[in-house]
Design a protein around this ligand. Structure first.
Ligand code: UT7
Length: 328
């Protein structure tokens, strides 16, 4: 038994924040942002909506696409670093909005690798034979934890959600073949939100010091991201006896076009084999991979049985990859 993706969708808020808008907010330029990151614009969620709002839209699309009523879901797994609240889980809020009255669920924080953590976790419930329908969502309202006075970070991130339905199959031409997940907590200081947890609870002081916003050493993260993603993807290729030429699409986490290009070049992948949509959305953390997969599917870039590689790197440090055969 293996797990396959049987439906996929995504949701982005309507409001667009362009590089020209950012030029009016911080000392930056469209030229700098485009050449250093590949980003032209990103989407921003309205206030008082939360990550569950975007996730619920993406999830409803997935259920509709597959014709599955919400009450048939066995499990909802949500990858997010921007939960609506720290308690309860965002999965619980989505369950309620979907009226998915017969399921369990929980959140996963795997930084920018969160969706791959959630996807591979969901796959275990299917492969064990325990569950038949697992909804896996990546959703992040990054605008909630970004300082729009900090040009180092505010140009990078955006808001979005993506969702997939996992179901069992016995067909070896479909579904998740293999994966790897890695964690190195010595990377924690290089990409973090210092306050708001149990270590530094919210206080007037933490707010005054802007400790509730993303802090990043971009150069360090950049270097580690190229190294980690390259290593994990080549390891999956070697382990599974697959040549780079046999991969239909490499769908990487979208943090910086230069990171994606460096990884793709080192793996000898040509540009048609690499899916990039960062120019439209920026880095949407847990949502980048399901959203990119969803757009690639809508663009008919994948056929049943095609070999697909997903790769991610993010806060933790976390990194990972998934090798799958497309099934829809
Ligand atoms: O998904 C989670 C993982 N996150 C990532 O993968 C992000 C990884 N890092 C990156 O993508 C890049 O490091 C950044 C895009 C964040 C920065 O690019 P960089 O080429 O590493 O630039 P830098 O940080 O070395 O900055 C170069 C210069 C600096 O000026 P000086 O010190 O050379 O005078 C910065 O102050 O560019 C300056 N700078 C900017 N200038 C205009 C930094 N941000 C900006 C900006 N506009 N927005």
């Amino acid at each position: 038994m293996r797990a396959m993706i049987t439906a996929i969708s995504h949701y982005v808020p309507e409001h667009v924040l362009t590089n020209a808008d950012l030029e009016k907010m911080v000392h930056t330029s469209d030229e700098w942002i485009t050449s250093r990151t590949g980003i032209k614009e990103r989407r921003i969620l309205g206030q008082n909506l939360g990550a569950s709002y975007m996730a619920t839209h993406a999830a409803q699309n997935v259920l509709e696409q597959r014709g599955v009523p919400a009450r048939e879901l066995d499990l909802i797994i949500v990858a997010t670093v921007t939960p609506d609240m720290s308690v309860p889980s965002t999965a619980a809020l989505i369950q309620d909005k979907l009226h998915a009255d017969n399921c369990g669920g929980f959140d996963i924080n795997g930084g920018c690798s969160g969706f791959l953590c959630a996807l591979t976790t969901g796959a275990q419930f299917i492969e064990s034979g325990r569950y038949q329908k697992v909804l896996v969502i990546g959703t992040d309202a990054m605008s909630a934890i970004i300082d729009y006075e900090d040009r180092n970070t505010c140009i990078l991130f955006g808001d979005a959600a993506g969702a997939v339905l996992l179901e069992p199959t016995n067909n070896p031409d479909w579904g998740i073949e293999d994966f790897e997940l890695h964690l190195d907590g010595s990377g924690a200081p290089y990409l973090c939100v210092p306050a708001g947890g149990s270590l530094q609870p919210a206080s007037l002081d933490t707010v005054a010091k802007k400790l509730h916003y993303v802090r990043q050493d971009g150069k360090k993260v950049f270097k580690e991201a190229v190294k980690g993603m390259k290593k994990v993807v080549s390891s999956l290729l070697v382990k599974n006896g697959v040549d780079a030429q046999d991969i239909k699409l490499f769908i990487p986490h979208q943090a910086n076009k230069r990171i994606i290009d460096a990884v793709a070049n080192s793996l000898n992948l040509n540009s048609e084999q690499v899916y990039i949509n960062i120019f439209k959305y920026g880095n949407t953390t847990s949502a980048t991979i399901p959203m990119a997969m969803s757009e690639a599917y809508l663009d008919k870039m994948m056929q049943k049985g095609d070999r697909i590689i997903l790769g991610a790197f993010g806060a933790g440090f976390t990194w990972g990859g998934v090798f799958l055969k497309w099934a829809i």
